[in-house]
Design a protein around this ligand. Sequence first.
Ligand SMILES: *Cc1c(COP(=O)(O)O)cnc(C)c1O
Length: 408
Amino acid sequence: MRSKRDWRDLAVCGGSPAFTEPIHVGRPNVGDRQRFLARVNDILDRRWLTNDGPYVREFEAAVAALHGVRECVCMSNGTVALEIATRACGMAGEVIVPSFTFIATAHALSWQGIKPVFCDIEPLGHHIDPGLIDELITSRTTGIVAVHIWGRPCDTQALEQVAGRHGLKLVFDAAHAFLCSERQRMIGGSGDCEILSFHATKVLNTLEGGAVLTNDEELASRMRLMRNFGFRDYDDVGYSGTNGKMNEVSAAMGLTLLESIDEILEANKTNFELYREGLAQLPGVQAIPYESAERRNFQYVVVLIDESRAGLDRDSLLSALWAENILARRYFYPGCHRARPYLDLDPHVDGRLPITNDVAHKILLLPTGTSVQPEDVATVIDVIGACLRHPAHVSSGLGGMGFQEERV
Ligand SMILES: *Cc1c(COP(=O)(O)O)cnc(C)c1O
């Protein structure tokens, strides 16, 4: 690595980019190719491609065991898992959710005609703030969907208390929290159920996929019917359902990646530790820590940019990084409440979400995962350091241009 000492070395100022090929947040992990292809051959030999096949069942059993829950119901993706889970629990009317989450958390509700009522988050954990829920409850409220954001679980006990006090259903969006723990217990068994996503960008992927974890066997069997059009048996439909089934190739991918999950988590952890140490030397750039007493998947390297100390705002730094082929991301900007259709539904919502708005303007996710090497992390830290030493040159190099995210 050639360190960027001079401002002229920065790509926004005409220097050559630090990376010739882009490095990404959430580049998919792929496991052992031969093991995956062998499983695909089995599937083709069996001609059992979907509909509760043997690999789906094996994957469900493995994921349930890893999280210490009775039931894992695999689905076609995490969004459908959220839709089916909230519906199977009986959510309707209004449901309280954080705005600071991936848009699918809100969409899974509105797609079913349920109004998401956005609640602000805690400034440190970025979770829905249990203390703010009471005041949002109306006669139409039926439930809460909370998010284990960045794989750090919510305070599930506090949320269970709020839900219990008001007779509300409680679902956790655990899309980030595969193999994470809270109070030394794996996630999956809190509230009515918890949903996982196995999308390509998640720590463990099944190409597309998701699951619901629960200890409620009755709820699980209802969800199994719902994911398969409500079929109880041949020609016997007992329920309004949809098609939310996971296919066998997806389960084969999941089983194959489970065999390398330890190495994936180790690579994530190594990168995270390098970022944490390196960024600690820089003013106004704070990497959100992971609690060492708990299990974490280290899938996200999340930093907060404090403009007054860093000398550079988040979006200018982001643009400068993109010029270097460092494709950092600002998840979940600008927050669900500022996206359509929610923006038009409730004109007063913005004033109710000061912490969400603040965090959405400071947060930056840095590239990590198995395709990002430790030396790449060192380069990213070096580039960020150079940007912070030359904020005026970065700004003039950007020529007042705001951040323009291209589709990659
Ligand atoms: C990825 C994600 C989802 C959606 O999962 P898909 O499998 O992509 O449908 C939902 N919620 C959160 C917080 C996510 O990160």
